[in-house]
Design a protein around this ligand. Structure first.
Ligand SMILES: NC(=O)c1ccc[n+]([C@@H]2O[C@H](COP(=O)([O-])OP(=O)(O)OC[C@H]3O[C@@H](n4cnc5c(N)ncnc54)[C@H](OP(=O)(O)O)[C@@H]3O)[C@@H](O)[C@H]2O)c1
Length: 319
């Protein structure tokens, strides 16, 4: 298995692992209270963001995910600054605010390009389906942006199997492939296997970009000893005392398998996703050390029986 692949049937060559830059950037005023920062607390300062960026690039992890909505554009602005003059690929998302319609796309794209300081977005994704956004119309506008040379590949996020089919068909009418669907997927969140999204990705040759691939940090094992994570995420069911034992048994298995590869639970959890040809995880990193550690997932290979043991041990997390 190589370290790069095409994103879906698009012409975008991407690494098998990306980086989530949701917590990056230094927002002012009320933008400090947007969900990305509230859930996690920010990254560990501008210097650590730069270290995370450089460590990732050095390891061949050249795909960075952001969104217009993250800290009201501050994450895009920071990523644009860091990526200036490098070979980094940037994935961002529409819309910039909750109450948007499809017709807002052209203006929102210009604003994202200005914040990123680039003439082209490598992957432009619809962040989440919403009643006021008509998928067919939005995909027409996405295809216009591809034709205008402002977007290289089109993706969606948080789409159901059926919504993916609507987007895929609308884009196909314009000769544009649907490259990806970004959804929550990890050993502790396996719903894409039961709700039809993973099967539909395989069938339509769409890459499943896995967000929260470390289950917001739970799969690293560092929160099992009693420390509570920063930000509102500490109220997630995963971090409740009642779940500690079941999370601990998964982390113990990850550790045991990691020992055999000279690595730890974090890398094995990411590698379980990478071993699936349709999946590309984008773990968040708040500092250089985390980014370097996550990139090591590219350097190991799990044996079929190790993949199977993890798949079996987390069956309960499919529902
Ligand atoms: N499309 C969507 O709707 C959507 C939703 C959510 C996220 N996303 C995207 O997915 C990306 C990743 O998701 P996520 O950040 O929510 O969850 P995640 O990747 O599962 O967890 C990331 C967090 O885990 C900790 N961590 C990461 N690497 C570590 C390491 N090597 N060792 C120890 N701790 C480590 C860090 O937090 P601490 O150090 O504070 O523990 C980090 O912020 C985001 O950045 C964003 O781009 C998309």
């Amino acid at each position: 298995m190589g370290t790069t692949r095409m994103l879906g049937r698009s012409e975008l060559r991407v690494p098998r692992l990306g980086v989530g830059a949701m917590t990056w950037g230094d927002p002012l005023g009320l933008s400090r209270f947007t969900p990305a920062k509230m859930a996690y607390g920010g990254a560990e300062g501008a210097e650590e963001e730069a270290r995370a960026f450089e460590a990732s690039l050095a390891a061949g992890v050249t795909l960075f995910d952001t969104a217009a909505m993250y800290s009201h554009g501050a994450s895009e602005r920071r990523l644009g600054e860091l990526a200036h003059g490098t070979a980094a690929l940037i994935a961002t998302k529409f819309p910039p605010r909750m109450r948007a319609t499809a017709e807002d796309l052209p203006r929102a794209l210009e604003a994202s390009l200005a914040r990123l300081g680039r003439p082209t977005v490598d992957l432009y994704q619809h962040h989440y389906p919403a009643n006021r956004v008509d998928i067919g119309r939005l995909m027409e506008l996405m295809a216009d942006a591809v034709e205008a040379g402002k977007v290289r590949a089109v993706g969606v996020s948080n789409y159901s199997a059926n919504q993916m089919r609507i987007a895929h068909a609308a884009l196909a009418g314009r000769g544009v492939p649907l490259a990806s669907n970004q959804v929550q997927y990890s050993l502790l969140r396996r719903q894409p296997e039961t709700n039809g999204v993973l099967d539909t990705c395989r069938e339509l040759e769409v890459t499943l970009i896995a967000y929260q691939p470390l289950a917001s940090g739970a799969l690293t094992g560092k929160y099992l000893a009693g420390a509570r994570p920063r930000g509102l995420r500490r109220f997630m069911p995963l971090f409740r005392r009642s779940r500690r034992e079941s999370v601990a048994s998964v982390v113990a298995l990850l550790r045991e398998i990691g020992d055999g590869h000279g690595t730890g639970p974090t890398q094995v959890a990411l590698r379980w996703l990478i071993e699936n040809d349709s999946v590309l995880p984008i773990p968040g990193a708040k500092n250089g050390t985390q980014a370097r550690a996550n990139a090591q997932a590219l350097a190991i290979t799990l044996a079929p029986d190790e993949i199977e043991a993890l798949t079996r041990a987390t069956r309960a997390w499919r529902d």
